[in-house]
Ligand binder design. Structure first.
Ligand code: PGA
Length: 251
């Protein structure tokens, strides 16, 4: 891993102010692992209080609107996330694509809005089980990247790609190390073709059922620069085991 590994917890629709204690514990653990960049994307309601509660970790949104402001009931803009204490935002998560009908075009616009607001953008892609079974995993991911990535990559490292096979999310199933490496190499090749030298600063995260038991193997796959973690990020115990697994060895 050429850069400091990046371990991001996606809390999804979980957490109230009672969870701030867990965030503080994660923050203390992150401070003990300075070789790892640690982030949490809590529900938007927790961004501001969590920003007050933590010192080391970065905070992010789980989605943003493509517009900066306006008549969009229920939506939150990238600038609002930044104002609440976020430094990044996840866009195009498969739960947004599948449950909220988000298209590649919408994801691309959201990513561009995030960059314009000064946030990092974690752009999620990943195939369904049927697509993998049909031998289309790489072509599906390649098309998602082509349609979802912003034209301008912003500053070095501002764009991150998260490869999350839909069938691995929340299921306890993960692809083989060979399949993860193959996909991540293909994503790197796409980024090279798209951004040239600017791709060098971009991390590619793996996501989907990452846990304390499988993190070390997944994080050592080719071109894996970190992990996007759902369920196992909700408690400091399990999340910090993953953070430790990502810590560069000291030998
Ligand atoms: P999971 O979720 O770790 O619970 O599988 C990952 C994600 O959706 O980002």
């Amino acid at each position: 891993m050429p850069h400091r590994p990046y371990i991001v917890g996606n809390w999804k629709m979980n957490g109230t102010r009672a969870s701030l204690a867990e965030a503080r514990a994660i923050d203390r653990g992150a401070a003990r692992n300075p070789g790892v960049n640690v982030g949490i994307a809590p529900p938007a309601t927790l961004l501001a209080p969590m920003a007050e509660a933590v010192e080391t970790i970065s905070l992010g949104g789980q989605d943003c609107h493509a517009q900066a402001s306006g008549a969009f009931t229920g939506d939150i803009s990238a600038a609002m996330l930044a104002d609440a204490g976020a430094s990044f935002v996840i866009v195009g998560h498969s739960e947004r694509r599948l449950l909220h009908g988000e298209t590649n075009e919408m994801v691309k616009a959201k990513a561009a809005a995030a960059l314009a607001a000064g946030l990092g953008a974690i752009v999620c892609v990943g195939e369904t089980e049927a697509e993998r079974d049909a031998g289309k995993a790489e072509s599906v991911v390649s098309a998602q990247l082509a349609g979802s990535l912003p034209d301008d990559a912003g500053t070095p490292g501002q764009v991150t790609v998260a490869y999350e096979p839909v069938w691995a999310i929340g299921t306890g199933r993960v692809p083989s190390a060979v399949d993860v490496s193959t996909m991540h190499r293909a994503i790197r090749a796409t980024l090279e073709g798209r951004y040239g030298a600017a791709n060098a600063g971009m991390r590619i995260l793996y996501g989907g059922s990452v846990n304390a038991g499988n993190a070390a193997e997944l994080l050592h796959c080719d071109e894996v620069g970190g992990a996007l973690v759902g369920g196992a990020s909700l408690t400091a115990d399990s999340f910090l085991t993953i953070v430790s697994a990502a810590a560069p060895s000291t030998d």
